[in-house]
Design a protein around this ligand. Sequence first.
Ligand SMILES: Nc1nc2c(ncn2[C@@H]2O[C@H](COP(=O)(O)OP(=O)(O)OP(=O)(O)O)[C@@H](O)[C@H]2O)c(=O)[nH]1
Length: 378
Amino acid sequence: MYSVIYKRLISVFLLISAGALAFLYFFFLSYSNSLKEEKRAQSKYISEVGIGIIESFYILASRGEVSVEDAQTLAMNALESATFGENGYYWINSGDGVLLMQPYTPERVGTNQIDWVDSNGAQVFRDFIGKAKNGGGWVSYSWPKPHSALEYPKISYISYFKPWDWALGTGIYLDDMLENIHRIILKASGALLLSFISFVVLVLLLVNYFVRQLEDVAIRDPLTNLYTKRFLGEILPTIINRRQRDKDNLLAIIFLDIDHFKSINDRFGHKCGDEVLAKVANVMVDNVRSNDYCVRFGGEEFVIVGFFENEEAAFNCAERVRRKTSRLKFKHNHIAFEITISAGVAINDENESFQEALSRADEKLYHAKHSGRNTVVV
Ligand SMILES: Nc1nc2c(ncn2[C@@H]2O[C@H](COP(=O)(O)OP(=O)(O)OP(=O)(O)O)[C@@H](O)[C@H]2O)c(=O)[nH]1
């Protein structure tokens, strides 16, 4: 029964794991898309900040505080030194395609780039100017990275400053952006995966704990901690199997019953009766071998199922339990009392069923009761 629970648990675990992986995959896609959008928005914002800087110098020139030429130089100097993120920078070209400022390709500055085409044949500056004059927008193209001659795919936002006929651009190299995004996502996915694994491990530990508790409830009697009658039924095939294999030993059933137990309950109360039951159970467990079974069969009836060399050894075991029980000392409300048990022993050979042998042990217990109690009958 419990292996079925475990198998189902494993299936549920695999199902949850598949769900979690699918979730991570979709999380990766949607998070990476939203990060891309965010990067683009950042780039647009940076471009607008650049226009704001140009505007502030334009105002100085309008007020006559500096000449237009100086204002433009100051604006270009300010923007030239502003870098952001990985490989992020500003550049400016005029409305007819002359590159006015570009921090990493000084050789092109002052030259007209209107006919320059990138490695894919795109007329990049025409696109820049077109977008800029139409209120600003994105242009995809390829451009060398700072300190490199190789062209890399790039996406730039171009803004236009009409009073000076300037197109201002800023952009992100796609590989930088993706590397950045992957790094962020890897961290986020790692954290998610770790939390998920911790959660699953915790759930499995809890389920395992409760399954074990359930197992114990079904196997053990809570008052005496002995095996239950139901459990005896479950392990009977194992016991019979061993009886068939173990030719050196005999399977014995010892039926035990506390004498006049009702009067203990009546005189000292049910709680005191429970204590007596628990103590007798302890005596049983302490006087059998570890692979024998001590079972609480009914109210104050117990059964020991074990393998012994011969009938005498089984009798001796029952006799030991009887003797040690009779030596137990109890006290309730300053009244000391002792108890005794009676027992019947039956050997279960291959010619009879376990149930038949159990009934015989019960009959012998009956004889023990009728021959004065506190005795063992074989
Ligand atoms: N305290 C306690 N009493 C129980 C429990 N289960 C059964 N009993 C009581 O055990 C008593 C058994 O009484 P009887 O069957 O008359 O047997 P007895 O008094 O031991 O008499 P003999 O077996 O003939 O010696 C009943 O009073 C039950 O109520 C239990 O879990 N706790």
